[in-house]
Write a protein that binds this ligand. Structure first.
Ligand code: KG4
Ligand code: ZN
Length: 342
């Protein structure tokens, strides 16, 4: 069964075609990084305009890579999945309209997917036998959430960030250090040659909850940079700031995640979201899982950041269970969509 999926929740215009929930026939991503780089962050108006310019091109490319043209959709595709939310309002609308149009013209059912559900499903693309229950940690530019997946579509939300998401903190610290956008991959590279113990930044543990908070850590970096004086900063010092900040984020995520796994007796941990492509984070999560004898699944870096293959995968399981929406059903996109069971 082939699912075509469209993802436009933030600044990636993506379309993917996935067979039986895990065989990726095509996974096309058009990044808007260059457009937003000069503003050091995503500009919503520019994002939706760019989605509009690119969405048809990306869909056509995904079909061609999968071995059929745009006219082959009617005979080849069983369901069309798209990201309903959360995300940027205008960006989500472009993806929904493209999905609705394809569904309407070709008489194919629609499946509305939650973006976090997509990130949680990314590991299933590479490990289709991975079966719930497991603990999910999603760390991206907009989210830092701990969720128990009891069964497909049955979620138990444990906690999330009360202020900045971890990825947002990476991007803001990079901006402060006058590094290019997006900050995560740049900090990842610079940190590799820095000393993670150079500066003792706080580890915000939010005791007694499964929540996170990264704004205090960000402020600690701001204060450190101000006190040290911008002009005196050497490349070595920048690398040390990056490594020390990154380590504070990783320690916080690791401690809380493994504490939750112990508390709820969950053997398996599944990661997802752009920040989980961080090389040091991946190494340290894998090492801790080995030490605690837990199974851990971290998607390949390309499947950690936003893509439509993960939406196709989540859409496949949802479609199998719920049958999807009819081509004339109206479902509103929702920038603040809560994670719901199905
Ligand atoms: O999942 P994603 O592509 O989009 C959202 O759903 O937000 O995540 C984007 C975030 C950005 O904040 C970016 O800086 C961060 O993921 N990121 C990283 C790395 N690659 C991307 N953060 C740390 N290390 C990386 N290697
Ligand atoms: Zn995402």
């Amino acid at each position: 069964m082939l699912v075509l999926a469209i993802e436009t929740s933030c600044d990636e215009t993506a379309c993917s075609i996935v067979k039986n929930g895990h065989v990726i026939l095509s996974n096309v991503i058009s990044s808007q990084e260059k457009i937003h780089a000069r503003y050091s962050g995503v500009v919503p108006e520019l994002a939706s305009r760019s989605h509009l310019e690119n969405v048809n091109i990306v869909i056509e490319r995904a079909c061609r890579k999968a071995g059929f043209g745009i006219n082959g959709i009617k005979d080849s595709i069983s369901a069309i999945a798209y990201t309903r939310g959360p995300g940027l309002a205008g960006s989500l609308l472009v993806g929904q309209l493209a999905a609705q149009s394809l569904s309407f013209i070709n008489h194919i059912p629609l499946v509305a997917v939650h973006h976090i559900e997509g990130h949680l499903s990314a590991s299933l693309l590479e490990h289709p036998r991975l079966a719930p229950p497991y603990l999910g940690l999603i760390v991206s530019g907009g989210h830092t959430e701990l969720i128990i997946i009891r069964s497909m579509g049955h979620y138990e939300y444990l906690g999330g960030t009360r202020d900045d998401a971890a990825g947002e903190a990476f991007d803001k610290v990079a901006k402060l250090l006058e590094l290019p956008y997006p900050g995560g991959p740049v900090i990842d590279k610079l940190a590799a040659n820095g000393n993670a113990k150079a500066i003792a930044f706080p580890r915000p543990h939010m005791k007694g909850t499964w929540d996170f908070s990264f704004s205090g850590l960000k402020t600690a970096v701001v204060n450190f940079v101000k006190n040290e004086g911008v002009k005196k900063r050497s490349p070595m010092q920048v690398r040390d700031i990056c490594a020390s900040f990154q380590q504070a984020v990783i320690d916080t995520l690791i401690e809380k995640t493994f504490a939750a796994a112990r508390h709820y007796g969950l053997h398996t941990i599944v990661l997802g979201g752009g920040v989980t492509s961080n090389s040091s984070l991946r190494r340290q999560f894998n090492a801790r899982a080995k030490k605690e004898r837990r199974a851990i699944f971290i998607p390949s870096p390309l499947l950690c950041t936003d893509n439509a293959a993960m939406i196709a995968c989540a859409g496949y399981y949802k479609f199998k269970k719920t049958g999807g929406l009819s081509r004339t059903d109206t479902v509103k996109t929702d920038p603040g969509l809560p994670l719901e069971n199905w």
